[in-house]
Design a protein around this ligand. Structure first.
Ligand code: SF4
Length: 755
């Protein structure tokens, strides 16, 4: 019995009816993406056809997924909502906070001790509020989701950008910030701009050394890291049907690397096989009963250019293996050209490490194909020239791969088997010698390869490729090695060639596991106590933010006038700050430390108007807060782009910033500010940005008549005694104005829950 079968049956019960109504409404055949979107409308149906890329629409996701780093703040917020239980099925997965160093047997117990209080908190809060909890070592969130929760035609949100992986099982699964997850768990709708649609028609069949990974590596090369922004990528065609379900997951997973909202495939036999193999025959049967609704209409796929905003065609028969990188996942080089391209660019060709794993490529099929290559290194007397590390995707994959001798093969080649967790993929890799920052090359089967991502060394050249190519290149120790054409010298001095990889889509003897690492929540969690130590450095219970005082805001100090790009990383840096994601006061010490001060071109160096001295942004803001003085942050274009992390909005709110005034906002950050009860304003005339001076004291007028589409007024009091006044715009609707007045959306949810 699958975890969600009753919920899935409920979704399917109305699916066909909703799809038919939508088809009639839009007056044309529907893509799969549109079917899933229209089947998940918050109100059940719409009386207007939505415009792609323009209309904001409320949806009702079926499920919420959270990983340990982002779950902390999402759940701390949820605790504020005053609800006894989550409103939709939800799960927490402990996978990001486990450092890879010596291998799972040593690393996992170490992580459990090091992050015990975070894991204990997540376990108890999950237990209390009806959330499925996957312990450290259970696996990487997206692999565990694919194995247990994803279902064709479903809609899921997750507090991780690679939530999109579940598209491999025909879902629309979308990465969001913790505030969105909190809303949905509290029973509120989830808003999304109706996405544009990119169609990818796959023909032919993968063969030889080519794998599903190469499809998305090629697509990334075509679309680049921004090409999918605001769009769903829908794969279809005979080639799609020929791919395994986990291979489809790999392709959807890296849709995040092209900025796509999500990616998906229509329901087919590979998904049915996977559902049955992962003990979900009941889901497969339920899906079979509405099969025609779980894929795009035939007319759409017959004339895709008519129905998609953009169309790409890839013939799998002709596809070559790719290596993408270094430093960006869209720099795609076919393996046949890598030797020449690497030499021309001066990339180091000696490969130090080959890493297989991450949510992208850690399935049984991935491990089996890579192991078939590794075995040849032993059988043919080749050994390996690079270090080799493996992160299985889940305990179920690890246990099965161990039973079937795959891990034994890797161990025979002296590979390190790391924990079933993210590890090197998120920089949780204590790599010996990385601190020397030497120029070096690694190859991995992950999804991201930005500078410092794996080991913190800015001089590590990381190339993304398939697990089987990682294995071949780790054996050769040479980035330019092409297993399709090149030979290697074995221990007898003979020239030998690696045979094409072989593997199993699904384990022949079925999946097996002794302890998958799942903890079911209490039936009645009302007596479960969630413990957070008041002296903890990593966790802090939230206090509700204060409501608006009912007056205009006067006498605000300019905190910083940020110049140029100011992403959520500039506002709330990741890396070493990751460990404070559950402690609002501590993580607030990174507030805006990456933003460039317009007046001196420096980061984290601003003028304290009370003392005239320059100092760090967080300390300056804390000085204003101590005096009861509010402040304002001024920014440039697309302020707050990047991740959807709500810390970038919560930190200024916590430290007493009252408004953020910019030329333009990244939408998610703007919404996050509104949710936290902050004023997010834009210059009515962008030239007014130039009027802001370093010593300005600022008033915001018009708040007592705060209304949709009605500008507010800003008054600048300059140090020389002069004043200037201009309009500032906002995009608050009635409900968002209520959030502002209440001091934040959560204050309203809590009030409603108590009523
Ligand atoms: Fe993110 Fe990497 Fe973990 Fe996947 S394996 S969830 S990409 S950190």
């Amino acid at each position: 019995m699958a975890f969600d079968i009753e919920m899935i049956k409920k979704v399917y019960a109305t699916f066909g009816e909703r799809v038919n109504a939508a088809r009639e409404l839009v007056g044309r055949p529907l893509t799969l993406s549109e079917k899933i979107l229209y089947a998940h409308l918050w109100d059940g149906k719409s009386n207007k056809a939505f415009t792609r890329g323009a209309d904001y629409v409320d949806f009702a996701p079926d499920r919420v997924a959270m990983q340990d780093a982002t779950a902390q703040m999402a759940l701390l917020q949820f605790m504020q909502a005053g609800r006894p239980k989550v409103a939709v099925p939800s799960s927490v997965h402990c996978d990001h906070l486990i450092t890879a160093k010596l291998g799972a047997e040593i690393d996992l117990p170490h992580a459990k001790t090091e992050s015990a209080e975070v894991f204990d908190f997540l376990s108890s809060v999950s237990n209390k509020y009806g959330i499925g909890f996957w312990k450290p070592g259970a696996g990487i969130i997206h692999q565990v989701i694919l194995e247990n929760y994803a279902f064709p035609g479903g809609m899921m949100i997750g507090t991780d950008s690679h939530t999109v992986n579940a598209g491999g099982l025909g879902m629309l699964a979308i990465g969001v910030g913790g505030a969105d997850a909190c809303d949905v768990m509290a029973g509120l709708p989830w808003e999304l701009k109706f996405p544009k649609l990119i169609g990818v028609k796959l023909t032919g069949k993968l063969n030889g050394w080519t794998s599903a990974k190469d499809v998305i590596l090629k697509v990334a090369g075509i679309l680049t890291v921004k090409g999918g922004t605001g769009a769903i990528v829908e794969y279809f065609g005979d080639g799609a049907i020929n791919l395994s379900c986990t291979g489809k997951g790999t392709i959807c997973n890296m849709g995040a690397e092209i900025g796509a909202t999500t990616s998906t495939f229509g329901y087919d036999d590979s998904m049915e096989r996977y559902l049955r193999a992962t003990n979900r025959a009941d889901v497969a049967e339920a899906a079979n009963a509405i099969k025609e609704h779980l894929t795009g209409d035939a007319e759409v796929y017959a004339q895709p250019e008519k129905y998609f905003d953009q169309l790409i065609e890839i013939n799998l028969d002709e596809l070559e293996p790719y290596l993408n990188g270094p430093f960006t996942p869209d720099l795609a080089t076919p393996i046949s050209q890598m030797k020449a391209v690497a030499e021309a660019n001066g990339w180091p060709t000696k490969v130090e490490w080959g890493l297989i794993g991450s949510c992208t490529n850690s399935s049984y099929e991935d491990l089996s194909r890579a192991a078939s290559v590794a075995k040849q290194a032993i059988d043919k007397g080749l050994g390996k020239k690079a270090e080799f590390g493996i992160n299985p995707g889940s305990e179920q994959v690890r246990y099965t791969a161990d039973r079937d001798g795959l891990l034994g093969t890797f161990k025979d080649l002296d590979a390190t088997i790391f924990t079933n967790a993210c590890g090197p993929c998120i920089g949780m890799w204590d790599r010996t010698g990385a601190e020397k920052a030497e120029k070096n090359t690694i190859v991995h089967s992950f999804n991201r390869n930005f500078a410092k991502r794996a080991d913190g060394n800015p001089n590590t050249y990381a190339f993304v490729t398939s697990p089987e190519i990682v294995a071949a290149i780790a054996i050769a120790g040479d980035l330019g090695f092409n297993p399709l054409t090149d030979t290697l010298t074995n221990d007898k001095g003979e020239q030998v060639k690696l045979d094409e990889p072989t593997g199993w889509e699904l384990p022949e003897k079925g999946y097996a596991v002794e302890d998958a690492g799942f903890q079911a929540p209490a039936e009645d969690g009302s007596n479960v106590e969630v413990k957070v130590s008041p002296t903890s450095h990593r966790l802090q219970l939230l206090d509700p933010f204060a409501p608006w005082e009912g007056t205009d805001l006067k006498g605000l100090k300019l905190l910083i006038k940020a110049k140029g790009k100011c992403t959520t990383d500039h506002i709330s840096m990741a890396g070493p700050w990751l460990k404070f994601r559950g402690h609002l006061d501590n993580i607030s010490n990174n507030m805006l430390i990456g933003a460039v001060n317009y007046f001196n071109d420096k980061t984290d160096d601003i003028k304290n108007q009370l003392t005239g001295e320059y100092g760090p942004v967080p300390a300056t803001q804390r000085a204003y807060k101590a005096q009861g003085i509010g402040s304002i942050v001024v920014g440039d274009e697309n302020y707050g782009e990047g991740s959807s992390r709500e810390h970038a909005a919560m930190e200024p709110r916590h430290l007493g910033v009252r408004a953020v005034l910019v030329k333009s906002f990244a939408r998610i950050h703007e919404t996050n500010l509104k949710k936290q009860g902050m004023l997010g304003l834009t210059f009515a005339d962008k030239e007014d940005y130039n009027k802001i001076q370093e010593d300005d004291t600022i008033d915001i007028l018009g708040l007592t008549e705060f209304a949709p589409n009605k500008p507010l007024t800003l008054v600048l009091h300059h140090a020389d005694g002069s004043t200037e006044q201009f309009d500032v715009n906002h995009s608050y609707n009635e409900q968002q104005i209520e959030w502002f007045k209440a001091g934040g959306a959560l204050n309203i949810i809590r009030k409603e829950a108590a009523a």
